[in-house]
Structure formats: C-alpha cells, structure tokens
Design a protein around this ligand. Structure first.
Ligand SMILES: C[S@@+](CC[C@H](N)C(=O)[O-])C[C@H]1O[C@@H](n2cnc3c(N)ncnc32)[C@H](O)[C@@H]1O
Length: 212
C-alpha cells in the first residue's frame, strides 16, 4: 500500500472534497489523488514543471489565501523536524473540523534514514519527521494520531471533534523551546526500543479495517 492509497482511502471513507499537498515534487502522489478539488505547493527544488503547483512555502500560500480550508492535507515537503512542525501548525489552522492530516516518512527503517542530512548510498531519506510526529502526538490531546506501517510510515492525525477547542495556547517561543528540547532528548535508540507504542504503529490490514 502506497501513500496515495492511504490518502484516497481516507477521502472515500470520510467523503472529503478538498486536498492540499505540501511538497508537490514531480506530482507522483498528487496526480493519483481522486477528489473534487486539489492544490499542491512546493518551494520549487524538486519540481520539474513549475506551472503545476504553487511555488512557495506553506506560510506564503496561506498569507495569499487566508480563507482556504481543506479536508485532507498531505505533508511531504521538508523532512526536518522544525519545518514539519511549521507545516503541521499551519495545516491545523486550515483544516476542516472533521479533517485529517497525513504525514509521510514517519517510520524510518534504520538510523541513517532519519539523520538530518541525506546519507549517501541510501535509497531513501526520512529525516527527523518521526520526531515532529511524536512531538505532536504527545502534546496535542485534541488529535488522534497513529502511523500506518507502509511506505516509510504514513502518519495520520485526525481531530477529536469534542476536544477541538481545548488546545492549550502556548506562545510561539515556549512552543519552539519545548520542541527543540524534545528533539534533542528523543534519540533513534528510544524509537527502536518502543517503535510500535511510540508511533502508534498499525498494520495496513488494521488501517483497511478502520477505513473500509
Ligand atoms: C519528497 S519530495 C515530494 C514527493 C511528493 N509529495 C510525492 O509523494 O510524490 C519533497 C518536495 O518538497 C519540497 N520542499 C522542501 N521543503 C519544502 C517546504 N518547506 N515547503 C514545501 N515544499 C518543500 C521539495 O522541493 C521537494 O519537491
């Protein structure tokens, strides 16, 4: 099961109408998403045809389109902890009440995949996206979060409707400091020891049962 199968299955089950992708790249995922309305953005580095998506980061997109709300948002741009958090918080501000965020690269297969720089010779690079996912999972009680064990780990965050208004409003600076400490403290060895519990890892079969 690939990341686009995950997204399309959620769209079908939840009857979503709009999709936003952060990190359009070559459009490999974007083109396979079946939905009424979709928009992709990318800072541009990995985009061969720059007419296909909005060129810029999430903050510049939402500055120009402050009223946009999406049902499902796929985060697959920068693979660095702090950038993923920026993408996630901006996404949460522009997600419909019953919306879902999907994060790619949440389950790195070995230590070198999750280094903050791509290690030469490896077929993939996940960066420290897993730490951003884990940080949100431990700090955002308004979100139900788990990772489907496929395609480098597809992390899912769904709003718990009843807690939507209860999120503590840390100031930006408090949030940044606590996030940074969290990133340094959480080593890959911690993840290895308790991967299933920490990520809320589920099989593709479990996912199919949830989203049938
Ligand atoms: C792994 S590729 C995307 C693959 C694509 N989502 C897919 O599944 O086919 C990552 C892309 O994110 C872009 N990117 C990097 N940092 C970004 C950011 N902060 N905001 C948006 N896009 C970013 C890169 O230019 C690159 O094209």
């Amino acid at each position: 099961m690939n990341r686009w199968d995950i997204v399309n299955r959620i769209i079908n089950k939840e009857k979503y109408h709009s999709y936003f992708e952060i990190g359009y790249g070559t459009g490999l995922t974007f083109e396979k998403i079946l939905i009424d309305r979709k928009i992709g953005i990318d800072t541009g580095f990995g985009v061969p045809d720059k007419t296909k998506c909005f060129i810029g980061d999430v903050q510049s997109f939402f500055r120009q389109n402050p009223r946009e709300i999406f049902d499902i948002i796929f985060i697959d741009g920068s693979h660095l902890f702090e950038d993923v958090l920026v993408d996630a918080y901006a996404s949460l501000d522009h997600l419909s009440d019953n919306g879902t965020i999907v994060f790619h690269d949440c389950n790195p297969p070995s230590k070198n995949y999750q280094k903050r720089k791509y290690v030469r010779g490896y077929p993939g690079w996940n960066g420290d996206v897993w730490k951003a996912f884990l940080y949100l999972k431990t700090t955002r009680e308004d979100l139900n979060m788990f990772v489907v064990d496929t395609d480098y780990g597809c992390g899912i965050a769904k709003r718990k409707a009843e807690l939507a208004k209860s999120v503590s409003k840390n100031t930006d600076i408090v949030r940044r400091i606590s996030a940074w400490i969290f990133r340094i403290r959480n080593t890959y060895e911690n993840l290895e020891k308790n991967r299933t519990f920490l990520l809320g890892l589920i099989t593709t079969k479990d996912f199919e049962d949830l989203y049938r």
